[in-house]
Write a protein that binds this ligand. Structure first.
Ligand SMILES: [Zn+2]
Length: 152
């Protein structure tokens, strides 16, 4: 298990796993890309992947690559460690990020927002995806997280 880092919820506790349907997402994540399932009929993004489109009931999807940026739609700050092992991880931000490139369909991901001042985080803040590569994991997974886009 990795040492706990302030503001980073340990990936080992998220029970991340891939299956046949979600493998394209995890394959892209290993390559630092955000893959997303999109309905081939109506264009609705299905994140998380669903057996059929909630808009038009079509089963078919295509996997496309999103830019990996977005904005904070909502968030909460976890300040209380649920176990003594999480003492160093709190406070951490758990947020809903509205993804850029989803053409107004409002596709969102629930993620840990890292590398931020949790007291300064605001709805609407621009964020970018980063992948934590679990090198020690036998399954070779990469866990997506978002961080604020720094002003240059
Ligand atoms: Zn559809």
């Amino acid at each position: 298990m990795r040492p706990t880092t302030k503001g980073v919820f340990p990936a080992v506790l998220t029970e991340t796993f891939a299956d046949e349907a979600t493998q394209p997402f995890w394959d892209a994540a290993l390559d630092n890309r955000l893959g997303a399932p999109k309905c081939t009929k109506c264009g609705t993004f299905r994140i998380p992947l669903t057996p059929f489109c909630f808009n038009c009931q079509t089963r078919e999807i295509e996997w496309i690559q999103l830019p990996g940026t977005g904005s904070v739609y909502s968030f909460t700050i976890v300040r209380h460690p649920l176990s003594p092992g999480l003492q160093l991880a709190v406070p951490c931000a758990s947020g809903i990020v509205e993804l850029d490139g989803t053409q107004g369909s409002g596709a969102r991901m629930i993620v840990n927002i890292i590398e931020c001042d949790v007291d300064a985080l605001r709805i609407g803040d621009k964020v970018e995806i980063v992948f934590e590569h679990l090198a020690e994991s036998e399954s070779k997974m990469s866990v997506p997280r978002f961080r604020p886009i720094r002003q240059k």
